[in-house]
Design a protein around this ligand. Structure first.
Ligand code: GLN
Length: 531
């Protein structure tokens, strides 16, 4: 079968959940036995979101191959279990950089380089995944960031218009819009959707399928109205009502025949509706998980999206343990030794979050001390692990001035230090230790048990600083063990205090590789300990 291309765009407002819809389409097609990938095209100029503050763009997600990407790739991976790569996250900046580099190289000698056709050609090349020709995919789902009508997304729209023409039935456009409910009039309004589709048509793109986001149920009459105003078949107008959990979305989309509509548009026989047994089992577990487990999330970004993958990993692991993870954000900037007991009151476990820079770190250190001395299960991730290590140095090893050289370059006790290969790096973008690296686990450790007695694991990283091996013996003799080490570089990847119930810090980010059907063993083990 030729590869088929599905384009997902959004209109009316942002934050409609295009990423979730794209991921759901991916999941539904996989359930029918197709091989899929999902990619995101973002209209901003940054080469990648790695240099963006989470307040601007939420969490930065990291792929196996070490690329810093948009958080939607996290949804793609959690829903489908596929491993995305650097070719699944493209920005305007990357497109321009490629074209400009080519121009400087002389590849277009004599020609004027223009948005059309040079930029749009490069977008098309990426949308068709020409660099990955041997993937043999059945479906490539391409989500375009931003909202229809944005100036900066125009070249992406032009590329989609051309591709639709070129690919014929092998391309389908799914457009996501919003149907607001006006309380005073007690009415749902379709006008913004009509305008959004008009705008798309003005760019030469006729959507095949409309997904209407709504807070209230849309009746058939309203769907019919949208269908007739927008030149879309009635069966291709699907609604996406607010759900208590994003993991319900694939199932509600399947119930309305979104995947079947896509197949019909392309001209593939629809066949039987797949059962999605394990997905339903997961949802059943979610419905039945009534008991709550309260987890404190100690971090500095008071924003849902900033620790997206950690939150989802906790939720998923909770569900598999038949509990509902209630996550309580604890702003580390507000934490003091006086108020920590109150801040963490009722928490069955605590996660100390990743991060960069000095803001809020003392609060994380206070939290690490409190949970260690009160034996509350604690999971430190990346910077969180580093803070556990610093706390231990200050309060157990007796080095009151212990710190990370990230926070205090001159600290005499740099228990966390810059990695050797990072010392001469001056460029900020894409230069950290990124992506998946091996880690060898110590037999008999809690992490070794958690990973099901696997000796060699592989996890994703994003950091410049690292446990300072000069202190290993001191730590080990005082009870904090280095139980996971990268064999090639001898970097400490995991510390744990075995005499505590669950006190583990990982230099890597396990949250990036947790998915709905494959919950991460460390999150599973952590939640178990919290119960
Ligand atoms: N700032 C720390 C480092 O660079 C931790 C990074 C992180 O938490 N992702 O090592």
């Amino acid at each position: 079968m030729d590869t088929k291309y599905i384009f997902v765009t959004g209109g009316v407002v942002s934050s409609l959940g295009k990423g979730i819809i794209s991921a759901s389409i991916g999941r539904l097609l996989q359930a029918r036995g197709y091989k899929v990938t999902i990619q995101k095209f973002d209209p901003y100029i940054n080469i990648d979101p790695g240099t963006l503050n989470p307040y601007e763009h939420g969490e930065c997600y990291v792929t196996d191959d070490g690329f810093e990407t948009d958080l939607d790739l996290g949804h793609y991976e959690r829903f489908t279990g596929i491993h995305t790569t650097r070719n699944n996250s493209i920005t305007t900046g990357r497109i321009y950089k490629t074209v400009i580099d080519r121009e400087r190289h002389g590849d277009y000698l004599g020609k004027t380089i223009q948005v059309v056709p040079h930029i749009t050609d490069e977008i098309k090349r990426r949308m068709l995944r020409e660099d990955e020709k041997d993937e043999q995919l059945d479906f490539v789902i391409t989500e375009v960031g931003g909202t229809i009508g944005d100036i900066e997304s125009a070249p992406f729209m032009e590329a989609i218009r051309q591709l639709r023409w070129q690919l014929g039935r092998n391309a389908v456009c799914v457009h996501l819009t919003y149907v607001p409910y006006l309380k005073a009039a007690d009415e749902l309004k379709t006008k913004p959707t009509q305008h959004s589709v008009k705008e798309l048509q003005g760019m030469g793109i006729q959507p095949d399928i409309l997904v209407l986001r709504t807070e209230r149920h849309l009746d058939d009459h309203l769907r019919m109205k949208v269908a007739s105003f927008c030149n879309v078949d009635l069966e291709c107008v699907v609604q996406s009502e607010d759900m208590p959990s994003i993991y319900e979305v694939p199932v509600t989309m399947q119930r309305q025949g979104l995947d079947a509509a896509i197949l019909r548009k392309i001209g593939i026989p629809v066949g039987e509706t797949p059962e999605m047994k394990s997905w339903h089992e997961f949802l059943d577990k979610q419905h039945n998980a009534k008991r709550e487990v309260h987890i404190g999330l100690v971090g500095k970004y008071d924003l849902q999206d900033a620790y997206k993958s950690i939150r989802e990993s906790l939720n998923i692991a909770g569900i598999y343990n038949d509990v509902k993870a209630q996550i309580h954000f604890v702003n580390s900037e507000e934490v003091t030794s006086q108020n920590i007991a109150e801040k963490l009151e009722g928490m069955a476990g605590v996660v100390i979050c990743p991060g960069f820079g000095t803001r809020g770190i003392e609060g994380k250190i206070i939290a690490a001390e409190y949970t260690r001395t009160h034996d509350i299960p604690t999971f430190g991730i990346c910077l969180g692990m580093q803070m556990m290590v610093i706390e231990f140095a200050r309060n157990v090893l007796g080095y009151k001035d212990a710190n990370s050289s990230e926070m205090d370059e001159k600290t005499p006790h740099n228990v966390i230090d810059i990695m050797e290969e990072q010392k001469n790096i001056t460029q900020m973008g894409g230069t950290m230790r990124l992506g998946a690296y091996d880690c060898e686990l110590k037999e008999g450790s809690r992490v070794y048990e958690a990973y099901g007695k696997e000796k060699l694991i592989r996890e994703r990283h994003r950091h410049r600083y690292e446990f300072n091996n000069a202190y290993t013996d001191e730590y080990e003799s005082k009870g904090m063990k280095c139980v996971g080490v990268n064999p090639a570089a001898n970097l400490v990847e995991i510390v744990e205090i075995p005499e505590k119930r669950w006190y583990i810090g990982t230099q890597f980010h396990p949250e990036y590789s947790s998915s709905v059907l494959n919950p991460h063993p460390l999150f599973m083990s952590f939640i178990k300990a919290c119960l």
